[in-house]
Every structure is written in structure tokens, then in C-alpha cells.
Design a protein around this ligand. Sequence first.
Ligand SMILES: NC(=O)C1=CN([C@@H]2O[C@H](COP(=O)(O)OP(=O)(O)OC[C@H]3O[C@@H](n4cnc5c(N)ncnc54)[C@H](O)[C@@H]3O)[C@@H](O)[C@H]2O)C=CC1
Ligand SMILES: O=C(CO)COP(=O)(O)O
Length: 349
Amino acid sequence: MLAPPRDMPQSAGMTRHFHRIGVIGGGAWGTAIAQMLTRDTQDVTIWCREEEVAEAINTRHENTVFLPGVPLNPALRATSDLTELHLMDALFSVAPAQHTRTTLRALKGHIRPDTPVVLCSKGIELSSAEFMTQVLADELPEAIPAVMSGPSFAIDVARGLPTAVTFAIEDENLGTDLIAAISTPTFRPYLAHDLLGAEIGGAVKNVLAIACGIALGKGLGRSAHAALIARGSAEMTRLALALGADRETMAGLSGLGDLVLTCSSETSRNMSCGMALGKGESLEAILGARNAVTEGVATAPVLKKLAASKSVDMPICDAVADVIEGTINVDEAIHRLLMRPNRAESVIA
Ligand SMILES: NC(=O)C1=CN([C@@H]2O[C@H](COP(=O)(O)OP(=O)(O)OC[C@H]3O[C@@H](n4cnc5c(N)ncnc54)[C@H](O)[C@@H]3O)[C@@H](O)[C@H]2O)C=CC1
Ligand SMILES: O=C(CO)COP(=O)(O)O
């Protein structure tokens, strides 16, 4: 395990240890995180909703459904019984954003007060317009929230390729101890304090990746693609400032870092969904053909409402929401964006 970087705050008093870690969610990302966390000094249990996924991880040491082809550490234990995640030293919440509330609710009354719950899902809850920290506060108010977000494809992390993410938590000492427990030479969490900013980056970049995919699928070229990333970054920053998050976070791993990754690679489910839309496929056909969550599809409409309620101008995200809701088609969305009046480049203006 790596020593903490020299400029990280050192823990005051006793170092906190995390011997028993629970991961909520046996999709690709939960599996990659569980694999990365499993080591001699740490017992990791991953909760999988599907019994066959837990069975495959325990017997074949592979998540044959959501992360096929990656050999997993035989020490990683899987269960389909959420009660086995009671009383863990730390939890990682990795169910899709629209299902995070129900999984956290099932742990109500069964976590120690002050258990860190590291939120790793990227989205906004459709029914409440809440980010994951708010959902956690509703369901497990005794938990200590942290947000881990950044440019990190599950397949890269599971294979041990170098990855860096934002790790946002209010208590610097606890954050330092947690990062010391989870980091590896190839998985580098950077300590931050802006939880909301990290969540905004993770949720909004998925919607922007759909827009970038549409542009590439339609053959609009790399110049248009780059313009969407830059103007998308302005939209993300504008929302962050309106909601009270830090501008600096938007330029970091969970903002610009993840925006660039997700908008540039067909490995992204959001970007590839956009590309298929741009090529003329229907949303129903695209989603029906995949066994994976495409978070931007649920987030776009609720993001549109949230931005409107705060009077934040987010034309690219709004256009994606309208395409997803079927009120305009892809050509109309492109026309609408291109016909906008000229304006100042500034984020705020
Ligand atoms: N896959 C990746 O590379 C990364 C994913 N994430 C985020 O992690 C979260 C989870 O995504 P993945 O692990 O990729 O999922 P996935 O697409 O690999 O698998 C879908 C997951 O949804 C779960 N699910 C379906 N219906 C459910 C229900 N009713 N209740 C609870 N769970 C249900 C399935 O059990 C499965 O774990 C998302 O918010 C995603 O944005 C974040 C970083 C990287
Ligand atoms: O969040 C991700 C990479 O950081 C994964 O993006 P997709 O959900 O679009 O695949």
C-alpha cells in the first residue's frame, strides 16, 4: 500500500482502520471497487442483487453478468443478502442512482453511528431531484457521507490500470485514514472537501456524454465534439456555482477529468447511447439491447427541472433531456443549439 502523499494532513490522534468493508451493488463498478479494495488486511463483502451474480463471484471468481472476463481475487466474498452488510467499518454505495435509496433504506438501524458511506453512483434521483448525499442523509442520517468520483472505467480499475479520482469528505482526518486504507499504487484518490461539486460533475457529465455521442453519431465532426465538451463544462460550472459548490472542483478529476473521459470513449455507456441516437436508433431499442445502466437517461430530465428551478442556463443538457423525453428529435436539437443567439463566452454571463 502506498504511503499518503506528503502534503496530505496527518490524522489527529488514533488512526482509524477499516478491516471489514461492504460494497453495495454488484454491477461493473461495484465489482471493480470490491476487487480493488480486497487485500490481506481487509475483508470485503459485495452485495449483489442477483443471486447468480453472487454465486459466480464466490465460485468462479468472476462477475460473469456485469464484468465478464476479469478474474477476481478469490478472497472477495459476495452475498445476495443485504443483512450481511450490517455493522461494517465502511460502506461503498454503488447501486445505480435510481436504486440507491431502496438499498440504503434496507440498512436502516443496522449501521454503527459514524460509519463512512462512500457514494460512488453518478446521478440525480428522478423522483426527488436529490443528489446521492441528500438521499443518504434522508435514509441513514447517522452515516458519514463521502463521495468518490472521477474518470474511472470499471474495466480499467478491475484490471489494475492507473486511475485517479476525487475523494470528497468533510473530515480531513477521516478522509486521510480512508484514503490510506483504500489507495493502491494504481488507484489514487485525491482528498477534497466539496462533496456536492464532486456529485454534480459525475451526474452532469453523463448527460453531456450523450450530447457528444449524438454529435459524433450524426457525423458533425471533432470540432463540434470539442465545442460541446467546452460549453458543457461551462454549463456544469454554472450549475455548480448556483448550487453552492466550488469552481475548482469542476476543473478537477470529478469535473473536467470525468467529462473528458466519458465524452471521448465508446466504452462509456452514455456516450455510446448518444452515438446510437445520432445514427437514428430509438432510445427504447438502445436501452432494451443492453444489460447496463445508462445514468444520463434518467438524470437528463431531472437535471433540466433542477436547472430551471435555479434559473441556470443549460442549453446542451436541456436539448438532451428533450430528445430523451421525445419532445424533439435529434435534428431539431442540433438546429436549436446552432440557432442560439451569439453570447459572451464567460460561464456566468
Ligand atoms: N461502470 C463504470 O465504469 C462506472 C460506473 N459508475 C456508476 O456506478 C453506478 C453503478 O453502475 P454499474 O456498476 O456500472 O452498473 P451495471 O450497469 O454494471 O449494472 C447494473 C446494476 O444495477 C443493479 N440494479 C438493477 N436494478 C436494480 C434494483 N431495482 N435495485 C438495485 N440495484 C439494481 C444491478 O444489480 C447491477 O448491479 C452508476 O451510478 C454508474 O454511473 C461510476 C464509475 C464507473
Ligand atoms: O463514469 C464512468 C467513467 O468515469 C462510466 O461512464 P458510463 O456510465 O457512461 O459508462
